[in-house]
Design a binder for this molecule. Structure first.
Ligand SMILES: Nc1ncnc2c1ncn2[C@@H]1O[C@H](COP(=O)(O)OP(=O)(O)OP(=O)(O)O)[C@@H](O)[C@H]1O
Length: 230
């Protein structure tokens, strides 16, 4: 069973944003969804999350039709726009998420400590989210998305606006979650330097899948996009 299966998905606002998008992702893979601004990445994520209704095509998440609670329970989402409550502490924010996913208090405590340690945020546990920097808030969001050990992680421009060390730390943490714990990740980005040799890279351009392979070299991508745009 694929972790994510997208079949012939099209979506239009006033104009088409996605046109006949199909791909599937096998469990344990870390896959990049690479596309310039406006390519349709967020639209696709919103459809997977059930935030937008499907107009055409089908999406199965962990074997379940999208929109079913069973599909969402196994997912961890990080959207481009922050979804953290600034007036909660880091620990409160994570505890709330853990409770929503039915974790016991002791499991939640252990995992919160573990994730904050991994993200270098243990010392900030009792600080209000609003007192954190942008990069620290992003780390909290990703720690939160990992807390219930989702089988499928969907990250939309999770490192946007961050400095290089923060970006690297976040990507590596998600890659490790796939390699060590068998999670599957779809990582949407417009930054070619997040592609590592051997990564499966799906190129989305003007709402269509234009490429899908493992041998796209990061260094060639600026020229590649220039070619698509011309
Ligand atoms: N709510 C909306 N109403 C109308 N058009 C929209 C809406 N959301 C997105 N679009 C359009 O759909 C297309 C795809 O947008 P989308 O946000 O999915 O792309 P993206 O790849 O996530 O871009 P970015 O990297 O800039 O976030 C764009 O042309 C955009 O203008």
């Amino acid at each position: 069973m694929s972790a994510l299966e997208i079949r012939d998905v099209s979506h239009a606002y006033r104009k088409p944003a996605l046109r006949g998008v199909s791909f599937s992702i096998e469990p344990g893979d870390f896959v990049l969804l690479l596309g310039l601004n406006g390519a349709g990445k967020t639209t696709l994520f919103s459809l997977i999350a059930g935030l937008l209704g499907l107009q055409q095509g089908s999406i199965r998440v962990l074997g379940h039709e999208v929109g079913r609670s069973a599909a969402l329970a196994g997912c961890g989402f990080v959207f481009q726009q922050s979804a953290l409550d600034l007036d909660l502490t880091v620990a409160q924010s994570l505890r709330y998420h853990a409770a929503l996913h039915g974790l016991s208090r002791s499991d939640a405590r252990k995992r919160i400590e573990q994730e904050l340690e991994r993200f270098g945020l243990a010392a900030r546990m009792h600080d209000l989210v609003r007192t954190l920097s942008g990069g620290q808030r992003r780390r909290v969001e990703i720690a939160r998305a990992l807390l219930h050990r989702p089988c499928l992680l969907l990250l939309d421009e999770a490192t946007v606006g961050l400095d290089v060390p923060s970006r690297r730390a976040i990507v590596q943490r998600v890659r490790a979650q796939c390699a060590e714990e068998g999670a599957t990740a779809l990582w949407a980005t417009h930054l070619p330097d997040e592609v590592e040799p051997g990564d499966r890279t799906i190129v989305l351009h003007e709402g269509q899948v234009r490429d899908d392979r493992r041998d796209i070299a990061a260094a060639s991508l600026p020229d590649y996009f220039a070619g698509l745009a011309s």
